[in-house]
Design a protein around this ligand. Structure first.
Ligand code: SPV
Ligand code: MG
Length: 433
């Protein structure tokens, strides 16, 4: 076919890892006319799969320097239509793999839209055995801690809310890593892991009072980070002694942790969800700000985020105290504010966010809806929250399941009654590929 220089050919790409398959598409497109690449923005990609490894700017530079490409423009949604309506290309080129799967609907929309100006869809055969996702899974072994540290910050900039699930073991981390469902038009998944002091302590059979020291927790963390790629927020209780804090931060960063969460309590640690908080003490604003400031000075990357957790509601100190602290912590350099509550409804945290989100000290808000679990993520978003942490649910699910195993064997004096309720040995053997 003779190339018509006046014809415009549109190709939508994520191009996180540019491979042979992309080049095949671009070569075909180039035969039909001038190639305009609609490069999916980080936000558009995050709406249906993991945030890309390379930023938009980095991906744009690569594509702009490919001779098959005439122009690169941002595509802000998975939906091609807004860009197609502006550019009115004569052709759209896409691999035939989108005839099924997540992008099937997008394809139908593209065909309909192209008809408006007699444009055509060209679908070269999908290049077998190659995709960015498969290359990425191979790359997991080469994944560097430094790249993981920045991921949370990048997702924060590109998602309405970051969904975080507690991971107390590498196996639970793999569930966070791989679980995906399709709901309505979207792909739903977890964005990050929470390393909880409560569940880390519980699996070691210890109370959540710092009896389990950081060194032991870091060992477990290393195993978890070895087999996953999603970012992790570390629950560091009150951060420990000021003098030790720089070492803790260096280790966390070196391991590839994306954020540390410290709470403004002092003295023997007690879990915040305990009803009786009478012997729990809150830190002074001044001393807690010193910790934030020290972390700020110690961290080697600004992408390693500092989370300040306010315990005023837990300790019955009320709204004004929590607002005063939020302002001070934000000024001291906190990147995230976790406003904790053990009420059955989100009323008190929403009363806080309503005021705080309008102030100049606003920082992305974190919610831990353990007690107000009826609250939907959409309500949290509406009320100014950017991160939701499901802080203990994996352990709470595992414990009764294991108890039931013990009980059933004791009652029946054999294991047969369990067979239908537990994974088969074959499933376990095949669990880790
Ligand atoms: C944890 O998960 O250990 C937390 C959250 O710190 S809470 O249990 O609510 O205190
Ligand atoms: Mg904790």
């Amino acid at each position: 076919m003779k190339k018509n220089k006046k014809k415009i050919v549109y190709v939508g790409l994520s191009a996180d890892i540019l491979h042979e398959g992309h080049i095949n598409i671009l070569k075909t497109a180039n035969k039909y006319g001038k190639v305009v690449v609609g490069l999916l923005t980080d936000k558009a990609i995050a709406s249906y799969k993991n945030i890309p490894t390379l930023t938009y700017k980095q991906r744009e530079v690569v594509l702009k320097n490919i001779k098959l490409v005439k122009k690169v423009i941002p595509q802000h949604t998975l939906d091609y239509r807004p860009n197609l309506k502006i550019i009115k290309p004569n052709f759209v080129v896409h691999g035939d793999d989108w005839k099924t799967g997540v992008q099937k609907k997008t394809r139908t929309q593209v065909i309909k839209t192209l008809k408006l100006w007699k444009g055509k869809l060209i679908e070269p055969k999908y290049t077998k055995n190659i995709s960015s996702s498969s290359i990425k899974s191979e790359l997991i072994n080469k994944f560097t801690p430094t790249s993981r540290v920045s991921f949370l910050k990048r997702i924060l900039e590109n998602k309405k809310i970051i969904r975080v699930l507690e991971s107390h073991s590498p196996l639970s981390g793999l569930i966070v890593e791989n679980m995906k469902i399709r709901k309505n038009k979207n792909i739903e998944q977890f964005d990050a892991m929470w390393s909880s002091s409560l569940t880390d302590s519980s699996i070691k059979g210890k109370p959540d009072n710092q009896a389990l020291d950081f060194s032991s927790r870091f060992n477990g963390l290393g195993d978890l980070l070895d087999v996953t790629t999603k970012p992790l927020i570390f629950d560091a209780d009150n951060g420990g002694r000021l003098e030790h804090l720089p070492f803790t931060i260096r280790t966390l960063e070196r391991l590839g942790v994306s954020a540390v969460m410290i709470e403004d309590k002092v003295g023997l640690k007690k879990n915040s969800l305990f009803k009786d908080q009478s012997d729990a003490k809150q830190d002074t604003i001044n001393d807690f700000c010193k910790k934030i400031d020290l972390i700020k000075k110690t961290r080697s990357s600004k992408d390693f985020l500092i989370g300040a957790r306010i315990e005023s509601f837990i300790l019955g100190k009320g709204l004004q105290d929590s607002l005063k602290r939020a302002k001070a912590y934000s000024e001291a350099g906190a990147d995230l504010i976790l406003i904790h509550s053990k009420e059955k409804t989100p009323k008190e945290i929403f009363s806080f966010s309503k005021i705080f989100k309008k102030t100049k000290w606003y920082k992305p808000l974190v919610s831990v809806p353990s007690t107000y679990s009826k609250t939907k993520e959409s309500e949290l978003i509406k009320n100014g929250f950017k991160i939701v942490i499901y802080a203990n649910h994996m352990l709470r699910a595992a414990y009764p399941a294991m108890q039931n195993v013990g009980l059933t064997i004791l009652k029946n004096q054999r294991s047969f009654e369990l067979e239908k309720k537990i994974s088969s040995v074959k499933e376990v053997i095949n669990l880790i590929k």
